[in-house]
Design a binder for this molecule. Structure first.
Ligand code: 0X9
Ligand code: ZN
Length: 309
């Protein structure tokens, strides 16, 4: 079980991932490729299985299959994101009804170099560790996706929202997008969720324009299911807004790319706790309750999404 009361180092996270990859037959652990500094970008695939036999087993194999993609840790300093994402793996394995065939794809640590850097050098580092031509290092990986790249982002290497030299210039976004494309071609994702912090906000696309994205009403309806179920655990209030309208304009993010290029119906960026009191340095004693409320919200939301055609 991943740590519930302390933030794990990258080494500890890798150790844990390899452990579940080796010990759980439902888990397939794969490296999608290497980060700029050569660390693995791990994908956890939780496969659908049923313990049912006979006719029920055959029925299971004929049911409409679902797939979900969850990205954590794209921004280095948002330490609660990988912490929660790792605990979600545990919930999917232990608390998720196995009566429907779901493929769950989880990347708990999308920016390992940045994460390590927050432990060794700068706790509030956001970007990856690209060695830029120019004064400062790092590219904002949530401005580097090939979706209206260049809107609401910076061309200055020293900026916190530096977009990089071209869409998918960074190995991290490149390997993530390639795997997402490959899987989405096999079977369209039902839900793509990018987990960030902070603000307690569930954002729906687009971030590059206030023009409504396809299926906006559906996203809002299912988003409300999340908010309500998440609040039930510890009373934490999450709100829901459109990225560009209620937050700020920013393109080149995972969510807009999934919406536009993959055509995913349900796409969200979730900003976890808190609302600014601790901000990115959320105390570790809030990991467990944050993960629990997110799980409860997510479980209900998936339940609401799944019956649809
Ligand atoms: O700015 C971001 O990348 C996200 N917020 S954060 O504070 N975690 O950095 C929000 C991204 C929302 N989506 C789009 N703007 N497309
Ligand atoms: Zn973020």
């Amino acid at each position: 079980v991943p740590s519930k009361n302390a933030y794990m180092t990258f080494q500890e996270i890798e150790y844990y991932l390899k452990h579940i990859g080796n010990n759980n037959p439902r888990v397939e652990l794969r490296s999608l490729g290497k980060s700029h500094e050569g660390r693995d970008i791990w994908l956890v695939h939780i496969k659908p299985v049923t313990t049912k036999r006979g006719a029920a087993r055959i029925a299971f194999s004929h049911m409409k299959k679902r797939s979900i993609w969850i990205e954590g840790g794209l921004h280095a300093r948002e330490r609660i994101s990988p912490a929660v994402t790792l605990l979600l793996i545990d919930h999917f394995l232990n608390d998720f009804p196995q009566d429907k065939p779901f493929d769950i794809y989880i990347v708990p640590m999308a920016n390992p170099d940045g994460y390590v850097y927050t432990w060794t050098n700068d706790r509030l580092w956001r970007k990856n560790r690209r060695d830029n031509v120019g004064r400062c290092d790092g590219v904002d990986l949530n401005r580097n996706w090939d979706a209206h790249w260049g809107v609401g982002a910076s061309t200055q290497t020293c900026s916190e929202v530096y977009q990089g030299t071209s869409p998918f210039s960074e190995p991290e976004t490149k390997v993530l997008s390639e795997e997402m494309t490959r899987l989405n071609n096999q079977r369209k994702f039902d839900l793509v969720l990018a987990i960030h912090s902070y603000g307690q906000v569930l954002l729906y696309p687009y971030g590059w324009t206030t023009n409504p994205a396809p299926h906006t009403e559906d996203m809002k309806r299912k988003g409300n299911v999340f908010l309500k179920a998440a609040k039930a655990h510890a009373g934490t209030v999450y709100t829901m807004v459109n990225s560009a309208g209620g937050f700020y304009y920013a393109a080149g993010a995972t969510d807009d790319w999934a919406k536009e290029k993959l055509g995913t119906r349900y796409v969200y960026t979730l900003e976890l706790r808190d609302k600014g009191n601790y901000g990115f340095t959320l105390p570790a004693n809030q990991i467990l309750s944050t993960a629990t409320e997110v799980w409860q919200g997510l479980e209900m939301m998936i339940g609401a999404i799944a019956p649809e055609k």
